[in-house]
Design a protein around this ligand. Sequence first.
Ligand SMILES: [Ca+2]
Ligand SMILES: [Ca+2]
Ligand SMILES: [Ca+2]
Length: 328
Amino acid sequence: MKNKIFSIIFCFAFYLGFGQSIERQVIGSAGETLTNGSVQLDFTVGELVVSTITDGTTTLTQGFHQGEIQLLINLSAVAYLQGAALNPNSGEDTLMRDDLRVANYIPTTSPYTDNLVCNSSVFTVTGVNAIVDWIWIELRDATTNTTILYSQSALLQRDGDVVAIDGVSPLSFTAASDNYYIAIKHRNHLGIMSASTIALSETTTVVNFSDSASQITYGTEAQTTLGMTDGVVAMWSGDVNGDSVLQYTGATPDTPSILSNALNDSGNFLNLPTYVVVGYNVNDVDMNGGAQYTGATPDAPYILQNTLSHSGNFLNLSTYSIIEQIPQ
Ligand SMILES: [Ca+2]
Ligand SMILES: [Ca+2]
Ligand SMILES: [Ca+2]
């Protein structure tokens, strides 16, 4: 294609050369030939792109590139965190609580590895679209679902919408349209992944993980209805030590973290197990803004209730472990 176009321009310039003093020139910057299986494409840099072609795994823009081509795919996921959905506000059974936002505890910098920063004004929104917390989204390879291709921090609204750091928009990934497994993680909940791959493209795709009548998660009992309003299934709360397992007592329990957090707090002069550590804290299982081991509003019992509620715990063992249903 490049040679052909160069030939046309050359002929045109040759023709003009007889009657005009004006000359046309092509200033070539760079060009290349790309091959992927049966698809081959020649291109130069610096002029219009005329179309986009794909063989399913590789997308090439045909014609002349203008700098870097960005491919975007958009995702509108819906998920519930059990912790924030326990003991809902009166008259708001279908919404998660936003106690952390109300108390101004949610940091503007994401707690996850990309450390995305949002504007503090995002946390002034109230109502169904108020922000509950930061959350983490992964797009995984359709062939090897343990391979994380893309990931980013996002924000979770009270009605379950997972949105970008502006607090409103669907999530965008700089990635090609393709099929992906979608995984969602949270700092003190067990993560989840879609059971099948989902086609994502520039057109926003809605993926609802919270419909108990139409569960789409990978594995067995990946989420819970315990304490949830009718129709909602939510991510298990209580993995406060972040090992992808929920356990009350036993070999790798979560509850000692809640106790030691209280005992080691600089404000707990009397070393009381009932001391409440306020703020943004992984030991705050019910996300009410306080982490308490035992006392009036303790967090540890939620972990016991969860393990006792799991259908695999036939013997009602307090040592039962709920394992995160994301392939490792
Ligand atoms: Ca919403
Ligand atoms: Ca754990
Ligand atoms: Ca709490």
